[in-house]
Design a protein around this ligand. Structure first.
Ligand SMILES: [Zn+2]
Length: 220
């Protein structure tokens, strides 16, 4: 296994990086408590981006599991979940936190947020996102569907320290992670809801042969 150095996404900050088709990224929940928002774009045509709504149609699932591909607004697989040692609880429903979200939560003054982290992280690569979106894959985030089948319940993560999930790139792409700065709504499971660092590493071709998941079509 060829693996890049372990890199850190500092608590409440973001980091973006490029992957070639066939490479993978392993994201480690170092402290076990941290939610990580994730976006991806085709490289270099960033007008094609990972779409949570198209991914739910593709897999006919609320949230992705191992073997599921995440697809773009043009319905092309961009990432496939190839490994997950966590309990497999992730979220594709909740909008990323943003400056306005914290204003609505009563914060006065600027609060770091995943949306700005994503834009800053991609800008550090010298790139501008043509159509930045609040729709992120919220890795390790625990949003349960209540028994009525309609309502959502926001809960703390159930991940253990060191749990990791791995995504294989299905096209040349740019990926952004944000170690969510949320410290008001109780989503981080460390007791005091404090954002923590997470780590990641790029793997070369370990999972290059894993198939993408097929697009769902109804039986006729
Ligand atoms: Zn956030």
């Amino acid at each position: 296994m060829a693996q890049s150095d372990i890199q850190t996404v500092p608590a409440a900050h973001g980091k973006a990086f490029r992957m070639r088709q066939g490479q993978s990224v392993r994201l480690i929940n170092t402290h076990g408590s941290q939610v990580v928002d994730c976006w991806a774009w085709r490289d270099p045509e960033m007008s094609e981006y990972m779409s949570m709504e198209a991914t739910r149609v593709w897999n006919q699932r609320l949230n992705p599991v191992v073997g599921d591909s995440l697809v773009t607004n043009l319905r092309n697989p961009i990432l496939t979940v190839v490994e997950d040692t966590s309990p497999g609880v992730h979220d594709s429903f909740m909008a990323a936190c943003s400056r306005e979200r914290y204003e609505r939560l009563g914060v006065s003054g600027y609060h770091r947020n995943c949306f700005d982290n994503m834009i800053e992280a991609v800008a550090a690569l010298g790139l501008t996102i043509p159509n930045p979106s609040l729709a992120s894959l919220n890795i390790f985030m625990n949003i349960a569907v209540k028994e009525d089948g309609r309502s959502l319940d926001t809960r703390p993560t159930v991940t253990r320290a060191g749990d990791h999930i791995t995504f294989r790139a299905d096209m040349d792409c740019i990926v952004a992670f944000s170690a969510c700065p949320q410290d008001i709504v109780g989503i981080q499971a460390d007791g005091d809801n404090t954002p923590r660092d997470v780590q990641f590493a790029i793997l070369d071709d370990d999972f290059a042969d894993v198939p993408t998941s097929p697009s769902w079509v109804p039986e006729r």
